[in-house]
Design a protein around this ligand. Structure first.
Ligand code: ATP
Ligand SMILES: Nc1nc2c(ncn2[C@@H]2O[C@H](COP(=O)(O)O)[C@@H](O)[C@H]2O)c(=O)[nH]1
Length: 214
């Protein structure tokens, strides 16, 4: 049977942000969400960081050199950008605005600095989720177990973990990633509830007016 709400109501897309200390598992959760949910698409960031084994240009990141990144900053091509772990990362504007207008959601895997910038620019559209590891020891095990970074890079990320965690209260939701499936289930619940927010349902006023017409 047709669902009158989904048939007649439209909503604006939302900007769904996942942040965490490096290695807590946000990329893992993001990939699962993208694989399961056709209504959300990844914002692909631009970075000056070297490509990791297994990463794909244009899928994981757009990998650029520093002069190219600097030119993009000058051209105002980013919604937000930040220095993270000695490299530059930025969210390109291209395609995102259009997608949101069409009612599709965009998923961001960005740090707390980028989250603050996006929230300042588009508060009503932004949902901020912070993922915590169950312990600092487990965080270290995950970074090492991923097998993609050198010992120096892992040490630098562990050294930054406490500072990253200190930004947990700048988020709307905090989820502990102890077990992947239960963390993923919680993130999906957050997304489902946020999609139903009254303020996002652009057709709701007309729908209610029709219902109450007498
Ligand atoms: N709940 C979990 N239990 C055990 N291992 C996990 C869990 N979640 C993620 N992992 C593993 O931990 C490692 C780091 O996860 P992931 O790359 O998703 O982290 P991240 O937060 O995106 O890190 P970064 O910010 O560095 O990109 C990966 O090898 C991943 O498979
Ligand atoms: N402010 C932004 N932060 C970003 C962006 N893209 C990724 N990130 C964050 O950087 C770190 C490191 O990522 P890694 O892939 O090198 O492990 C992590 O916290 C990401 O969330 C961005 O466009 N802007």
């Amino acid at each position: 049977m047709a669902d009158p709400t989904t048939d007649t109501l439209h909503r604006r897309g939302l900007m769904f942000i996942l942040s965490s200390p490096s290695g807590a598992g946000k990329t893992t959760i993001a990939r699962k969400l993208l694989a399961e949910d056709a209504e959300i698409a990844m914002s692909i960031s631009v970075t000056t960081r070297p490509m990791r084994p297994g990463e794909v240009e244009g899928k994981d990141y757009f990998f650029v050199d520093q002069p190219t990144f600097d030119r993009m900053v000058e051209e105002n091509a980013f919604y937000e950008w930040a220095h993270v772990f000695g490299n530059c990362y930025g969210t390109p504007k291209a395609h995102i605005r259009e997608r949101l207008k069409q009612g599709s959601d965009v998923l961001f895997d960005i740090d707390w600095q980028g989250t603050q910038q996006l929230h300042q620019k588009a508060q009503a559209d932004v949902v901020r989720v912070f993922i915590l590891p169950p312990s600092v020891e487990e965080l270290g095990r995950r970074l090492a177990g991923r097998g993609t970074d050198s010992a120096e890079v892992i040490a630098a990320r562990m050294a930054r973990a406490q500072a990253e965690i200190s930004h947990w209260d700048g988020y709307d939701y905090v989820v502990i990633n102890d077990e992947v499936e239960s963390c993923f289930a919680k993130v999906k619940q957050i997304l489902a509830a946020e999609r139903m927010r009254r303020t996002r349902q652009t057709g709701l006023i007309d729908f209610v007016r029709n219902l109450t017409r007498g």
